[in-house]
Write a protein that binds this ligand. Structure first.
Ligand code: SAM
Length: 289
């Protein structure tokens, strides 16, 4: 089958099947060979790898993955794409397409059966509104993951890799960085897709930490504190946490914990590093016990 990274080949497939794009599935198909190559390089796909692809569309990225990986499983929700994928991937023996919603797939079992339980690489270009829940769901579950290389809205990529004190830094930065090291590997303008999306995109590689880089005794509490800090971004941390309904923390308690950490009581949440949020939650958790 012809390389779908070339726009004319994608157009020919869409015409052959008289394909109707479904808005609800966020269908924008990538047509740029350089971006496709960059994704393969960034994801470090090699012939020993098992790769899970989420949302293969007409199989463009899948073709590239099949060329480089040992085995590929691609999960696609749209039944109209299944016969197309059988056609565009017909030449490959190392791929299986599952017609399913990724949110319903037992990914842990796939890793067990196809990769002897070893960490898998995930590659995805999904509707942007489900990207964050899927990424966080994968990290929070006990599925063995090595890396997730994913196309996201440009602003989301920037928020994922933002550092403390910057405008993009927030709960998403901290949630992602707790589990993984994010790196933007390519910016992808709308003209690299058919049809063109309204927003700019970026490919981000999230490499899962082998060991946690910070020690939070109660992850749930740490993330509650993080969310509360950024819900009231303009307030000092002491006021922000005191006002947070679910936390029941006194101003004095927060101020004294900050003092123990050598942090000013007037600090705003956006200045704290992940390590400082972990230490703060450890101190405040002790106060609660
Ligand atoms: N990867 C292809 C590409 O880059 O050309 C297609 C990308 S398109 C943005 C997103 C794809 O994800 C579509 O094929 C869509 O049908 C599929 N999709 C959307 N929601 C899904 C879900 N919950 N589970 C599996 N696939 C999904």
């Amino acid at each position: 089958m012809a390389d779908l990274g070339k726009p004319q080949n994608t157009i020919a497939v869409l015409q052959k099947y008289n394909f109707n794009f479904q808005k609800k599935f966020g269908q924008n198909f990538l047509v740029d060979m350089r971006v496709l190559d960059k994704i393969i390089t960034a994801a470090e796909i090699t012939e020993t790898d098992f790769v899970l692809e989420i949302g293969p569309g007409i199989g463009t990225m899948t073709q590239y993955l099949c060329e480089h990986a040992r085995e590929v499983v691609a999960v696609e929700i749209d039944r109209n794409l299944i016969p197309i994928l059988a056609d565009t991937l017909g030449g490959y023996q190392n791929v299986e397409v599952l017609h399913d919603d990724i949110l319903k797939v037992d990914i842990g079992r796939l890793a067990q059966e196809r990769n002897q339980g070893n960490p898998i690489k995930v590659v995805a270009n999904l509707p942007y509104y489900i990207t964050t829940p899927i990424v966080m769901g994968l990290f929070e579950s006990h599925v063995p993951i090595e890396s997730i290389t994913i196309m996201v809205q440009k602003e989301v990529a920037e928020r994922m890799q933002a550092e403390p004190g910057t405008k993009d830094y927030g709960a998403l930065s901290l949630a992602v960085q707790y589990y993984a090291k994010p790196e933007v590997v390519a910016y992808v303008p709308p003209n690299c897709f058919i049809p063109r999306p309204k927003v700019g995109s970026a490919v981000v590689r999230l490499t899962k930490h082998r060991e946690k880089t910070v020690q939070a005794q109660d992850e749930g509490l740490m993330f509650q504190i993080i969310r509360a800090s950024f819900n009231q971004r303009r307030k000092t941390l002491v006021n922000g946490l005191h006002n947070a309904p679910g936390l029941a923390l006194g101003k004095e308690q927060v101020a004294s914990a900050l003092e123990k950490l050598g942090i000013s009581p007037n600090v705003r949440g956006e200045a704290l590093t992940l390590g400082q949020f972990a230490e703060l939650s450890n101190l405040l958790g002790k106060g609660k016990a």
